[in-house]
Design a protein around this ligand. Structure first.
Ligand code: PRF
Ligand code: ZN
Length: 376
């Protein structure tokens, strides 16, 4: 359940309470696609990195090891040993971005697995059953994520189908939650807004899904090819139609600047592979911008990634050492870099919340929005 604590303009400070624990919003979800954060980060590490909520993917875990296997281990909680809240994405996005040979019909999508080429069918009911087996705190609706730019008539037909899929998701989740052997009988369901870059279709779709009274609402279909300015414009257009008393999640976004700008426009929840992916390539976030450890100037640099950083890595290790590990392809290099970046993202959210608590988020945005994504 979402509780709105405070507002500054459209920006919101809140708390989301679940059966698996509470998280403070605005929040960032740490991405563990196949039930692990890439870079060798464990559930124990996540706690040390100030993570509040972990995200896993339906599509990946269905393909491998299979959701029945995860259910047999007590769901994602028993499997990963992450004790807090989890969210599973529905497969709607991954089927469209990863799988090949897709055919979309009213019932759902048939596609070929990116692991072994097997033909798989997934529709709203299959996605809900898989997510129920995974036992996440929050399940996402099965949607079609259209990449931008998209054709108007196609988008119009697609959002109508995504709404019908959402109704089927809700009915199936309601049913699954009553089954005697269900992993999490209180599993929540969030709806996903689509409509490409068309204001009228976005608003029409938002109104339709708001009527279904779900546990939260996501904005999907953004950061998929359109310019950043267009993404911000779309958020501004639909925000007034998003229920005030429900949590709002901007899917797959983004840079620190995108997050600050998203919060500014009324978003509560984010997820992105950027902190872990960039870390593995030597790109590290600091409060003055992004540093690239591949740069020769760090070869003999004995300072930590960031002076004053509270993360476990910056307490001990130098830029020179981490640079060497990354260059030598040592697994430890990736692990240390990812730890720092996740800590950065999670503490960025803490700072955003503190600024909202003190009524100085506008100032915070002026100071950091551009600065944090700059390469230095
Ligand atoms: N739908 C789903 N997951 C997503 C997206 C979406 O549109 C996006 C778009 N940025 C990221 N993840 N189901
Ligand atoms: Zn650090």
């Amino acid at each position: 359940m979402y509780q709105l604590l405070k507002q500054e303009g459209r920006a919101r400070r809140g708390i989301f309470t679940t059966v698996d624990g509470v998280f403070q919003t605005p929040a960032f979800m740490n991405v563990a696609t196949a039930a692990a954060i890439k870079g060798g980060i464990s559930a124990l590490d996540l706690q040390e990195l100030h993570c509040q909520i972990m995200l896993c993917n339906t599509y990946h875990l269905h393909v491998r090891p299979g959701d029945e296997i995860v259910k047999g281990q007590g769901g994602l909680k028993g499997f990963t040993r992450w004790p807090g809240p989890t969210l599973t994405d529905s497969g709607g996005f991954q089927v469209f971005s990863l799988a090949s040979l897709r055919t979309i019909r009213e019932e759902g999508v048939t596609f070929q697995s990116h692991v072994d080429g097997r033909r798989i069918f997934m529709g709203p009911e299959e996605s809900m059953r898989i997510q129920s087996n995974l036992g996440s705190t929050i399940a996402m609706a099965f949607d079609e994520c259209i990449s931008n730019p998209a054709e108007y008539e196609y988008t119009k037909r697609s959002i109508a189908r995504t709404t019908r899929w959402l109704e089927r998701c809700k009915a199936e989740m309601t049913h699954l939650n009553t089954l005697p052997d269900t992993v999490n009988p209180r599993q929540l369901l969030f709806g996903i807004n689509q409509g490409a870059t068309y204001d009228d279709l976005r608003i029409e779709h938002m109104k339709a899904i708001a009527d279904l009274d779900l546990d939260g609402y996501a904005i999907g279909g953004l950061a998929v090819g359109e310019e950043t300015g267009i993404m911000y414009h779309i958020i501004e257009q639909i925000e007034p139609f998003m229920p005030k008393e429900k949590i709002r999640y901007l899917m797959g976004v983004g840079t620190p600047s995108n997050i600050i700008e998203g919060v500014w426009r009324g978003v509560d929840l984010f997820d992105c592979v950027m902190p872990s992916r960039n870390a593995r390539h030597g790109h590290l976030f600091t409060w003055n911008g992004v540093i690239n450890l591949n740069n020769a100037k760090y070869q003999s640099d004995s300072s930590p990634i960031e002076e004053g950083c509270g993360c476990p890595v910056c307490q001990s290790y130098s830029r020179a050492y981490i640079r060497h590990l990354l260059k030598a392809g040592e697994m430890l290099g990736m692990r240390l870099a990812v730890q720092h970046n996740l800590y950065f993202y999670n503490t960025l959210m803490e700072q955003i919340r503190a600024a909202l608590d003190d009524g100085r988020f506008a100032q915070f945005r002026d100071e950091y929005s551009e600065r944090l994504s700059k390469r230095i």
